[in-house]
Design a protein around this ligand. Structure first.
Ligand SMILES: C[S@@+](CC[C@H](N)C(=O)[O-])C[C@H]1O[C@@H](n2cnc3c(N)ncnc32)[C@H](O)[C@@H]1O
Length: 275
């Protein structure tokens, strides 16, 4: 039996309430494909049976997790938008002790980690920076995401040939990875152990996250509506130290959201600094 647009709207509303991700009616076909995958996962005949299960038994347990996981877009790559990482390497890391003279350890939050390529790219830069500056105080990286399947991959730190070919130089590939028996690339502990992963929904309170010197929040706010995007940016700003750096994706902007988040443009890269 076919699933109706009203039934698809039921799932679109549920996903928006849980993740803030908005499915416009013209994208309901994507939702339908995802519900067909969920039907397979739950051993149900079709998307309509998934709807019936949702309205009679509720959306919970592994059903809820699978629905939310498959609703996220996890597109990512190593050193995505390379110039941003150049700013981190050449400007932000070397300036930490000058900008924050009273800090004894420095903290970076990567708040949409996906499969780990972004936080691990940061970890490589931090590793190289600390190799050159062995007396520098520690630099901690916390990486979060809502999707459990993505966090599982982060914990594994194992990447396909295609994934390592996207953004990683051959020097860094050979320095930080070893090849396993199934021809995949395994991240070495010296980089892997620099990142701590945890679950965090950006719509929920950031209790216990603490305060950061740099926050990466890239290519996740594009899926949120304007009001939620502003609210998330304002709440993330509260987790930044004064002078702390805030970096969004190239198509995202914090302009006009907060008077204390200053817009900085350098080498064609836009980032923000908390006043
Ligand atoms: C397109 S990926 C971006 C990955 C990485 N930041 C990058 O730029 O390469 C978006 C990620 O945001 C996560 N995400 C979506 N909604 C979220 C939410 N409400 N809270 C936390 N993470 C969310 C998804 O699971 C996905 O891994």
């Amino acid at each position: 039996m076919n699933i109706t647009p009203q039934e698809l709207k039921y799932f679109a509303d549920y996903i928006e309430s849980q993740l803030g991700i908005v499915y416009a009616p013209e994208n309901y076909y994507q939702l339908e494909t995802r519900l067909k995958n969920i039907a397979d996962f739950l051993s149900l005949p079709d998307a309509n049976a998934v709807y019936k299960k949702a309205i009679t038994k509720g959306i919970n347990g592994t059903f809820k997790q699978f629905l939310l996981d498959t609703s996220t877009n996890n597109e990512t790559s190593f050193f995505r938008d390379f110039k941003v990482f150049q700013i981190v390497e050449e400007k932000i890391l070397p300036s930490l002790q000058v900008s924050f003279p009273n800090s004894f350890n420095y903290r970076i939050w990567c708040c949409a980690a996906s499969f780990g390529q972004e936080p691990y790219s940061l970890a490589m830069l931090v590793h190289e920076f600390l190799e050159k500056n062995p007396k520098h105080p520690p630099i901690e990286i916390i990486a979060t995401d809502i999707a459990e399947h993505a966090l599982k991959r982060c914990h594994e730190g194992v990447y396909s040939h295609l994934e390592v070919q996207r953004g990683l130089s051959s020097v860094r590939l050979l320095k930080y990875f070893t090849k396993n028996d199934s021809d995949h690339w395994v991240l070495k502990p010296e980089v892997k152990n620099r990142v701590k992963f945890q679950t965090q929904n950006l719509l929920e309170p950031f209790a216990g996250m603490g305060i950061f010197h740099l926050i990466f929040c890239r290519y996740v706010l594009i899926y949120q509506d304007n009001e939620r995007r502003k609210q998330i940016i304002k709440r993330l700003e509260k987790c930044l130290r004064p002078n702390g750096y805030f970096i969004l994706g190239a198509s995202e902007s914090a302009l006009g959201v907060s008077e204390t988040l200053l817009h900085v443009a350098e080498s064609n890269v836009v980032f923000y600094q908390r006043n």
